[in-house]
Design a protein around this ligand. Structure first.
Ligand code: ATP
Ligand code: FE
Ligand code: MG
Length: 342
């Protein structure tokens, strides 16, 4: 069962063919990071233009590398939302045109479901599980009782973790995207500035990163005003410690409360070494398995969209040609409700 995945929700134009929802046959990602760097973030109009220029080539390349004809595919899966509307529309329209021209069904996939199913590529999902989604636009804890079922148990009340990483990086003069640079500096540092941890109310699985971000900004501005040098590595290390402490503690607590045997992490910030090490150690102590995709599959790609799309395809989900990009799309379960839940 071969499915073509297409992803254009943000600043990566990507297409991929995945076999049986778990094996990557081809995976093409055209990144626009270089074009957005000088603006310090993603500029929506620039993103749309790049997607238009790249999408056809990227899809052709994915099929060529897979050595497959469209007739050998079962369906086309595409990111329907959430994301930048102008960016989503390019992928959705390319997917609809491709599907229509080749007589294939098209399936609209939630971007975050894609990040979750990246864990099925070369790994495994063992249900029930808790998924930590930690990326440029999301920070969420999700309980998955089974394949295709999602229950949101906590989310950020302000900034996403990746957003905070990128803003803090900017304040200490690191290039965009800042996450990997902070990660590297934090590891090289031999000390850390102490920053607050946002635990929120007792028992809450929600997150908040804007207070931490402000604390870092204030620290840097105060030092600058006094003419004192800022030790970037110590700031990076202190910021990262605060994020990692809170995220690890809440994730482990959720895993215990929901009685799961596996925790998976997904999204760009799941590439963070400090976070991966901390989660792995804390979960091992509890006897809970931990899985995180290889670095390349943590950030946006189309293989993860094809993997999620395969689970949806097997569950009988199909979109129709009226599908449009949905910037504020909600993550809904596609697993059929059990008789007792109806
Ligand atoms: P979303 O998936 O929520 O729509 P997005 O697609 O923009 O958002 P991703 O591409 O999944 O997000 O992740 C990008 C984010 O990951 C950026 O904020 C980047 O700084 C962060 N990131 C990447 N590598 C690391 C790292 N090693 N440590 C921390 N953050 C990282
Ligand atoms: Fe993403
Ligand atoms: Mg991205």
């Amino acid at each position: 069962l071969y499915i073509l995945g297409i992803e254009t929700s943000c600043d990566e134009t990507a297409a991929s063919v995945v076999k049986n929802g778990e094996e990557i046959v081809s995976n093409v990602v055209a990144s626009q990071i270089e074009s957005h760097k000088r603006f310090g973030g993603v500029v929506p109009e620039v993103a749309s233009r790049h997607h238009v220029e790249q999408i056809t080539l990227v899809i052709e390349e994915a099929l060529k590398q897979a050595d497959l004809t469209p007739a050998e595919l079962a369906a086309v899966a595409v990111t329907e939302g959430p994301g930048l509307v102008g960016a989503l529309l390019i992928g959705v329209n390319a997917a609809k045109a491709f599907a229509f021209a080749n007589g294939l069904p098209v399936i609209g996939v939630h971007h975050i479901a894609g990040h979750v199913y990246a864990n099925r590529l070369g790994g495994g999902l063992e249900f029930p599980l808790v998924a930590l989604i930690i990326s440029g636009g999301h920070t969420e804890l999700i309980f998955m009782e089974r394949d295709g079922s999602f229950e949101l148990i906590g989310e950020t009340r302000d900034d996403a973790a990746g957003e905070a990483y990128d803003k803090v990086a900017r304040v200490i003069g690191l290039p965009y995207p800042g996450g990997p640079h902070i990660d590297r500096l934090a590891h090289e540092s031999d000390g850390a500035v102490e920053f607050p941890r946002a635990w929120l109310e007792e028992g809450s699985y929600d997150f908040s990163f804007s207070g931490l971000k402000s604390a870092v900004i204030n620290y840097v501005h105060n030092a600058e005003q006094k003419g004192q040098p800022v030790d970037k590595a110590k700031v990076a290390a202190g910021f990262q410690e605060s994020v990692v402490d809170v995220v690890t503690a809440k994730t482990v607590r959720a895993a215990k409360e929901y009685g799961v045997r596996q925790v998976i992490a997904a999204g760009g910030v799941a590439a963070n070494r400090g976070l991966r090490d901390s989660l792995a150690a804390a979960l091992e102590e509890e006897g809970i398995r931990f899985h995180v995709p290889p670095l390349k599959l943590c950030t946006d790609n189309a293989a993860m969209i094809a993997a999620a799309g395969t689970s949806m395809y097997r569950a009988g989900v199909r979109s129709d040609l009226r599908m449009n990009g949905r910037p504020g799309m909600e993550l809904l379960s596609w697993a059929a409700a059990r008789p007792s839940e109806k």
